[in-house]
Ligand binder design. Structure first.
Ligand code: IPM
Ligand code: MG
Length: 357
């Protein structure tokens, strides 16, 4: 029996609803396979914890998480707590503290989900965005001076290091190499940003030498948005800075039909620390408690988690079940259906039980 210890942090908004659904699916997968166990421990950190304790997680939060094999994260953000507090109090300290420098965001059109792009269907859009997740525009460097005065100054400094750029570039080339098309697009803004971005371009060319079988090209981020919309078939693996990839991945999610299905993995490729898996969608307060949150992103990210843990069969089984259920039209309202979170979850559990592959 292989046992994996999973730390669940459901946190805010619809986070608890989708993480409950995901944990249920994990236990059905374990029953189905018979030789894996997921030992899920839940942590009550997040905005409610903040309102009681003045901090989003305990001081020794990272120490508590360290022994786990992976972290399964819901969403952070509350209407009555400033976003920069929730973000810098929980999610970013975990990503940065555990050096989860590769943020991996697969996007494809799931059968049954419709892209807003005319004539674009399943198979036409199948991308993985690799987002640099440890530095760049999210380095937390900057400050404010002369607050509230007419001469007030605010700076927000992007930090790019040779080590940081080289390792994400290598990760992206390796990922591109592992996919059938072996195709990588490196996104920067090196026309306007003359220093860090030009260094990105140079390092991309250096790392490319190590991967002669990968075809790669360069795009400026503004032109990239046009290419994603007009020629989605021309893209496969994409690598970009923390902020550029943040923006491009929202666009990607929308083009694939809904942010409700988009997953993300925050990976420490060197496996020194647990990696963290989460849906992209965020806390979605407008639908919290209504039972209609789309659990598909949380299932998909569980499949990324299973791959990372070395359980590719369970991962593939889960994605087959998700695709079957979506293609049968059992969909939540954000993707044009009328099903509830419960109904989608039950259907996915049923599909896993009935999968004889
Ligand atoms: C994402 C989100 C976050 C980010 C927000 C919630 C701060 O948009 O994961 O893409 O910018 O990293
Ligand atoms: Mg984002």
């Amino acid at each position: 029996m292989r046992t994996y210890r999973i730390a669940a942090i459901p946190a805010d908004g619809i986070g608890p609803e989708v993480i409950d659904a995901g944990s249920e699916v994990l236990s059905v997968l374990a029953q189905r396979s018979g030789d894996v166990r997921f030992d899920v421990t839940s942590f009550d950190w997040g905005s409610d914890y903040y309102k009681k304790n003045g901090i989003m997680m305990p001081e020794d939060g990272l120490e508590q998480l360290k022994p786990f094999d992976a972290i399964y994260f819901g969403a952070v953000g509350a209407p009555d707590v400033p976003d920069h507090i929730t973000l810098w109090g929980l999610r970013l300290p975990i990503c940065q503290g555990f050096d989860q420098y590769a943020n991996v965001r697969p996007t494809k059109i799931i059968p049954g989900v419709t892209s807003p792009l005319r004539g674009v269907d399943v198979g036409d859009l199948d991308w993985v965005i690799v987002r640099e997740n440890s530095e760049g525009e999210y380095s937390g460097h900057g400050g404010r001076a002369h607050k509230g005065m007419p001469e007030e100054v605010g700076t927000e400094v992007s930090i790019f290091t040779r080590v940081g750029v080289t390792r994400i570039m290598r990760y992206a080339f390796q990922l591109a190499q592992s996919r059938p098309r072996k195709l990588l697009t490196v996104v920067t803004k090196s026309n306007a940003q003359r220093f860090g971005m030009v260094m990105w371009d140079e390092i991309a060319a250096e790392v490319a030498q190590e991967f002669p079988d990968v075809t790669w090209d360069k795009m400026l981020v503004d032109a990239m948005t046009v290419r994603m919309v007009k020629n989605p078939q021309s893209l496969d693996t994409i690598v970009a800075t923390n902020l550029h990839a943040d923006i491009l991945s929202d666009l990607a999610g929308a083009l694939a039909g809904s942010l409700g299905v988009a997953p993300t993995a925050n990976i420490d490729p060197e496996r020194r620390y647990p990696s963290m898996f989460e849906p992209i969608h965020g806390s979605a307060f407008d639908i919290t408690g209504k039972g209609i949150a789309n659990p598909v992103a949380t299932f998909w990210t569980a499949s990324q988690m299973l791959d990372h843990l070395g359980e590719p069969d369970a991962s593939a089984r889960l994605m087959r079940a998700v695709e079957k259920v979506c293609s049968e039209g059992i969909l939540t309202p954000d993707v044009g259906g009328t099903a509830t979170t419960r109904e989608v979850t039950d259907a996915v559990c049923e599909a896993i039980r009935g999968d004889n592959t």
